[in-house]
Write a protein that binds this ligand. Structure first.
Ligand code: FAD
Length: 393
């Protein structure tokens, strides 16, 4: 019989890994994923901005099934590492020779005083899951002209470093282009600086003067608490009342299944061998995507897809011939600030001295020519098309 590889989580990392593995034709591949459809949170900001429809974010697993991947439409409830079995929600057990885990993130609900899982329908995070994205989009559409939006940004490390700021940009674009240019967006941040900060602030000044305001911790003196019942956000500096929309992006950690399987360290994320993404705590398990501690790499879909290719090679090498190929990783995150104005940050990474290190990096510069910014948005759209094809066929 062919060796059995089980993949848990059919998102950016897991779906890409499942496809890369089945293409080899030498292993059985089973994908465990409870959601019938994947709604790509990457590029959801473009939906908020009104640049794409939700259909462009939504994918089924039929293509993977056609390629020969066995799809199990259930959540993995536990991992029995001793017996090398994934236990499903219904009690069934799926044996594996190698396991690839890409469960994404969990949210730290208690990292924001006053907020809770119960309050996520009133003050959405929209950092995972299609339902949350829809709530945020509906709420954005209801913000009146002159209304107030507060975005509570997360501490490091978190999924997609530029995304809270791209989200603010896309909200501003949507408000302005639908006659609500007097609305205001306040970002309350626990961090003293953020990804591509100068570029975002330059863009907000140029496209949305007076609409987007970033409150660094030395200004806001930190977030004190929120009250979902009244739409209140209390900071050390100011109390924002009657916000039309509060978007809470809390602190994050590896998806529960990775933590309960004992694959995370005290940080809440999963340490991995940098040349293969094998768990440092179990050599038969590989952790990829946001759940992994991937050195200098950001938590991005691009990074997760790149790690999936490395893992597919490492899994096959370990099962069949043992020869290691040198691991090379890449990530680029594009951010759309306004129509035809996209910036990007990219890096190439290798395993060096026990860590995934950035070998080469590049970031957009201030005041670039409009033609370059437009071309970068085209690159972003091309990348997305390629990424979802790598995932879903
Ligand atoms: P996910 O894609 O979240 O997939 C995890 C999957 O695991 C889910 O389908 C979930 O249902 C499943 N799962 C969880 N637990 C279990 C279980 N117990 N059993 C079975 N299945 C389980 N990245 C970019 O590269 N470019 C961008 O432009 C970009 N924009 C972003 C914008 C926003 C607003 C956000 C929030 C993120 C953005 N990202 C972007 C980041 C990107 O979405 C993530 O880095 C990427 O999705 C991580 O992939 P993953 O496989 O780790 O997790």
């Amino acid at each position: 019989a062919r060796p059995r590889v089980v993949v848990v989580g059919g998102g950016a990392g897991g779906a890409s890994a499942a496809r890369a593995l089945i293409r080899a034709g030498t292993v059985e591949v089973t994908l465990v994923e409870p959601e019938p459809r994947y709604v790509a949170v990457f590029h959801s900001n473009l939906w908020l901005g009104g640049f794409i429809t939700v259909d462009a974010l939504t994918f089924g697993y039929e293509g993977l099934a056609r390629a020969g991947v066995r799809i199990i439409p259930q959540a993995a409830a536990a991992i029995d590492r001793e017996r090398r079995e994934v236990r499903l929600a219904d009690g069934d057990r799926i044996p594996y020779d190698r396991l690839v885990l890409s469960p994404g993130i969990d949210l730290e609900y208690d990292s924001v005083p006053g907020w809770s899982r119960a309050a996520e329908t009133v003050m959405p995070h929209a950092w995972k899951g299609g339902r949350q994205l829809r709530i945020l989009k509906d709420r954005l559409d209801q913000v009146p002209d002159g209304g107030l939006i507060v975005i509570v940004a997360p501490p490091n490390p978190f999924r997609c470093p530029p995304a809270p700021y791209e989200r603010a940009s896309m909200m501003a674009h949507r408000l302005k282009s639908t006659g609500r240019g007097d609305a205001r967006i306040i970002i309350v941040d626990p961090k003293p600086k953020f990804s591509m900060q100068g570029l975002f602030q330059e863009g907000w000044e140029a496209h949305y003067p007076g609409m987007v305001e970033w409150m660094a911790p030395d200004i806001s003196e930190g977030l004190v608490s929120v009250d979902p019942a009244t739409g209140t956000v209390v900071t050390g500096f100011e109390t924002y009342r009657d916000a039309a929309l509060v978007n809470i992006i809390p602190a994050q950690k590896a998806g529960a299944i990775a933590r309960t399987a004992g694959l995370a360290d005290a940080s809440g994320w999963c340490p991995v061998e940098p040349a293969s993404m094998a768990s440092l705590l179990d050599p038969a398990i590989f952790v990829i995507g946001d759940a992994a501690i991937a050195g200098d790499m950001p938590k991005s879909a691009f990074a997760a897809g790149s790690q999936a290719q490395v893992v597919a090679r490492a899994v096959l090498a370990g099962l069949f011939h043992g020869a290691e190929t040198p691991a090379a990783y890449a990530s680029t995150c594009w951010s759309l600030i306004a129509a035809d104005d996209a910036v990007k940050v990219s890096g190439l990474y290798r395993s060096v001295e026990g860590r995934i290190r950035e070998m080469e990096g590049a970031v957009s510069r201030a005041a670039e020519p409009p033609a370059l910014r437009r071309r970068q948005q085209q690159e972003n759209a091309d990348w997305y098309r390629g990424m979802v094809a790598d995932m879903f066929g």
